[in-house]
Write a protein that binds this ligand. Sequence first.
Ligand code: NDP
Length: 434
Amino acid sequence: LRRNPGEEEFHQAAREVLETLGPLLAKRPEFLEAKVIERICEPERQLIFRVPWTDDSGQVHVNRGFRVEFNSALGPFKGGLRFHPSVNLGIVKFLGFEQIFKNALTGMSIGGGKGGSDFDPKGRSANEVMRFCQSFMTELYRHLGEHTDVPAGDIGVGGREIGYLFGQYRRITNRYEAGVLTGKGLGWGGSQVRTEATGYGSVLFIAEMLRVRGEDMDGHRVAVSGSGNVARHAIDKAHQLGATVITCSDSSGYVVDEKGIDLELLHQVKEVERGRVGDYVERRGGAARLVEQGSVWQVPCDVALPAATQNELTESDAVTLVRNGVTAVAEGANMPTTPEAVRVLREAGVAFGPGKAANAGGVATSALEMRQNASRESWSFERAEEQLAQIMRHIHTLCHDTAQRYDRPGDYVAGANIAGFEAVAEAVLAQGVI
Ligand code: NDP
């Protein structure tokens, strides 16, 4: 970690994984002898590049682009692109590092990578976003390929941005290489359920955690943070399973809606109009209230699903959640729960699903999209959703059983880290010192 000064989020993610590997390394000393940990912690390649673009008034801007190609022992680098002003190398590395193990847990042939830019899409016109995406891809395209590196979306990168990025890739390369990006539109190589997959999958993961405790989602009060892609589809699936989601948020505050979030209205405000959660409250007609200060985790709930960003659920939030009787927490976002908060939840006996397991449904469905692109097929919604459900059950069982096998019953963090690391380490070892 001394090699990577200032990369706090990467340190946090690496420490969280390494701290749980003791029982595995005691059984598999060859991983230590062959320096597998050092090799997995060092990205295969890190790209940082200039992204110049022109706004609607003709002014020139310069942003920074990143792609960290972390590990390709299991398959082509795979992981999303994030456009947010907070993006820096440490954040991209933490996301890429998590992605290695998440992708391994899916059991599919995908390595780990992540990328993005400190570009802020908020308040930008569609034309500005398009010009930015074209400039970004003009550098990144040379590093991509369906067998090399396959990006997808993340914060600030949804279907619209993937469209602009794909268009520029196709134009530069003069090739219709559908499998080079995932999250594409349904009419041009996208997969059914990819948009819904991360949110749906994280709720399916919670349902599995509750099932082994003899419970289900029906009738539960659920608190969700965020109001983007993951949050909205988590709300949708939770409602389908009979729960009531009473919160959502964005960086301007959080909403409490005791009747249950009106998903159609939220979609209209956040996705179609690209507005703020305050607009939702205004149009909800008295059923909901907006809280501009404080934490969404103050709202009493049975199940909590952080789905906005890293380190948004702190130790004091965890104490409040436990005091209010929460029984399960699953990370829809990547690393939204601080290590201190995870400890509080675990010590209180709360079922805790870490992001690399609970939110793996998105990347798994991206791999299904690549599979459809390779075979030139398009599956029905039902077929893709059934595959997603199977994958989430598989990931849950793998994490649950691995934790048990290594004497950490109920510890999904240890189960996910050990199972994910072991799969990658086996491949790294088998492929020689490279
Ligand atoms: P979106 O851009 O669609 O939504 C992000 C949401 O989080 C918005 O409501 C946004 O509010 C809020 N948010 C983002 N950054 C901050 C911040 N610094 N402070 C407060 N609120 C913030 O992104 P996604 O829904 O795609 O991603 C959400 C999380 O899920 C991320 O951690 C991502 O890495 C993770 N994830 C996403 C996957 C996917 O398939 N999309 C797959 C696996 C994980 P505002 O609009 O105000 O910025």
